[in-house]
Design a protein around this ligand. Structure first.
Ligand code: TXA
Ligand code: MG
Length: 329
């Protein structure tokens, strides 16, 4: 049974503790209900994708309790600060350069060097973030491909038994996902339209680019199409059952049957050339390690990466989708 938590003055401490222990909880925001997890806990973030049944890893928005927390993770320009001072808390998400010192899980950013952040305008959720002390990663709390939820009942209809707890916070007053503004280029660029409009933004900072515009012969682009994907520096070879010369190994499960072509054992490979997504074959753990391990092997000095077979079940589908993309880029 899904439990609906009716907020009182102690709710935020209790919910923050559950998030801190790795639980995924549906939370109210002014736009739509989000499916939240501690953004610094890769395993908890992996559960979000599992619960939503997303066949791929899109980067997630990190929800902060204010500009100070946001500046621990993303690089703010003067323009970003001005926009935040005017529109936060509220339905405006910034895409910002990710700070190298940020402890945010790479699964939140899908391995990118950028991070999406916003400060939601909802008292209960803001105090939960404050008590947690870290951003909360949250996509909309609906199953993949379904409508975004604006009430706890919608969340139950869509995700039902898959989550234990929903924090009730009334009907989402905006009812539409946040505006997304990419601040990483020379000119800010609108990636998703929302309640804060292009005109609202331009009144404050002057002309911006608009990637959502419809021209005569092109359909509007979705954020998915606009998204840059992280690709490792060196080629990937999938479904490997052995290792070629010069290859590093990204393993999954037991490695005892993996050999090196032409002779040798994986213990003989240079240090840092063998990483295991999950020695016990746990797909959630594998998902949480995927981007960080690809980064590490990309920097290991190997010429390429051999990746063992990942089962196509549950979140394994999203892992394989990501590996397929990476192997083609
Ligand atoms: O109103 C909202 O934004 C709601 C509430 C829960 O805050 N959240 C939401 O999340 O709509 P979601 O996951 O359904 O949409 C987030 C969008 C995705 O299209 C994703 O590609 C984009 O934000 N995004 C997040 N981080 C990004 C990044 N680093 N670069 C580019 N796009 C990013
Ligand atoms: Mg969504």
């Amino acid at each position: 049974m899904t439990h609906i938590i009716i907020p009182d003055h102690e709710t935020s401490i209790g919910v923050a503790a559950m998030l801190d222990s790795g639980e995924v909880i549906a939370l109210p925001t002014e736009t739509v209900y989000g499916l939240g997890a501690d953004a610094t806990n890769g395993k908890a973030v992996a559960k979000i994708f599992e619960i939503k049944g997303r066949p791929e890893f899109n980067p997630l928005i990190a929800h902060v309790d204010g500009i100070r927390m946001a500046e621990e993770h993303g690089v703010f320009s003067d323009t970003t600060r001005l926009l935040a001072q005017n529109f936060w808390p509220g339905p405006l998400t910034f895409i910002l350069p990710l700070k190298e010192t940020s402890p945010i899980s790479p699964l939140v950013t899908a391995g990118l060097k950028t991070i999406g952040m916003r400060m939601p305008r909802h008292k209960v959720t803001l105090s939960i973030i404050k008590d947690l002390g870290y951003p909360i990663a949250a996509p909309s709390a609906n199953a993949s491909g379904k409508l975004s939820p604006t009430t706890p009942e919608h969340v139950i209809q869509s995700l039902g038994y898959k989550i234990l707890n929903i924090v009730a916070g009334g009907k989402s007053v905006v009812g539409l996902e946040s505006t997304i503004l990419d601040m990483t280029g020379d000119t800010p660029c609108l990636l998703r339209a929302g309640a804060i409009t292009r005109a609202d933004i331009e009144d404050l900072i002057g002309t911006i680019d608009d990637a959502t515009e419809v021209t005569n012969d092109t359909a509007p682009k979705s954020p998915g199409q606009l998204l840059k994907h992280y690709a490792p520096k060196i080629p990937l070879r999938l479904n490997a059952i052995d290792i070629n010369q010069g290859e590093a190994l990204l393993g999954f499960g037991a490695l005892k049957f993996i050999g090196i072509k032409g002779g040798g054992r994986i213990n003989d490979l240079p240090e840092g050339w063998v990483l295991n997504l999950s020695p016990t074959g746990d797909l959630t753990e594998a998902a949480s390690n995927l981007f960080s391990m690809l980064h590490k092997l990309g920097d290991s000095g190997a010429d390429s990466i051999a990746v063992m077979n990942i089962p196509e079940t549950g979140i394994g589908q999203a892992i394989n989708e990501r590996l397929q993309r990476a192997s083609k880029s």
